[in-house]
Design a protein around this ligand. Structure first.
Ligand code: GTP
Ligand code: MG
Length: 244
């Protein structure tokens, strides 16, 4: 619990057997439940996760690989069923600093936002730590995401370190969430058209040799398509608000 709120951490995990143990072990002790979602791994990720002695840990597994967005949606369903007030997401490859989690949930416990997301671009170490190609792609996609959703105060659209408040989570159509890379952009759009408040929290960028599954196609084709759809949805919701 933190400030009277029951917190769940969802960990999407795909072929991260070498990393998942440490990720689970380092989730802060005040987190009530940890849901590891093994997304059809072939390297024993689920088995390794199950061996970690951590109170409140549950490991579930997709029978086959469905994508990071789908893995998070599965974890969100577990968190809702378990009665979480807040569901945070931390990647299974260890790219999120557990020391940032308290700051990330703070805007939610105080009622300032329904959804808080990490922003690594604001961190002083970003130029030193984030690979230049990642940085350039991220800045471009963040600008497009701002324009498509109207969330002008939000950056680092691709950051997967997030926390969401229960009511906002329950209002989402998790079956409709984009199942692969591009889910953070889709989620931002879904929250905005439903009128939920989103805010950024500065988090530490971590690039320590974790393998990445992001492909050029995701950045150049898939995410722009999701953003075009988001722009239409945002336009439609603005028009219907004006008609009311
Ligand atoms: N690559 C990949 N990762 C998945 C999948 N399903 C769940 N994941 C997990 O999702 C998290 C993010 O995946 P990454 O490929 O590292 O993507 P990223 O961290 O957003 O991007 P990078 O900064 O390039 O590492 C990791 O913890 C993966 O284990 C999947 O189908 N493919
Ligand atoms: Mg990664």
């Amino acid at each position: 619990m933190i400030d009277g709120h029951r917190v769940a951490v969802v960990i999407p995990a795909f072929n991260v057997a070498a990393r998942i143990g440490r990720v689970v072990e380092t989730v802060p002790a005040w987190v009530d439940r940890v849901f590891v979602v093994d997304d059809g791994s072939s390297d024993g990720t689920a088995r390794v996760a199950q061996r970690v002695a951590r109170e409140g840990l549950a490991v579930c597994a997709h029978e086959f690989n469905r994508g990071v967005g789908a893995a998070i949606a599965t974890g969100y369903r577990c968190a809702i069923a378990d009665g979480a007030d807040i569901a945070a997401v931390m990647a299974g490859d260890g790219q999120m600093d557990p020391a940032d989690l308290a700051a990330l949930v703070h805007p939610i416990t105080t009622g300032r936002a329904h959804y808080a997301k990490g922003n690594r671009l604001r961190h002083r170490a970003v130029l030193r730590v984030m690979p230049p190609v990642r940085l350039a792609g991220n800045v471009a996609l963040s600008a497009l995401t701002r324009a498509a959703t109207g969330l002008w105060h939000v950056g680092d659209s691709q950051c997967g370190y997030t926390a969401i408040q229960r009511d906002a989570l329950c209002a989402l159509d998790l079956d409709a969430l984009w199942p692969r890379y591009g889910y953070p952009n889709d989620l931002l759009s879904a929250l905005t058209v439903r009128g939920f408040r989103v805010c950024d929290v500065t988090v530490r960028p971590v690039y320590d040799g974790a393998p990445s599954g992001v492909r050029w196609r995701d950045a150049l084709v898939t995410i722009p398509k999701i953003l075009a759809r988001a722009a239409l949805a945002s336009q439609r919701s603005r028009l219907s608000a004006r008609e009311r």
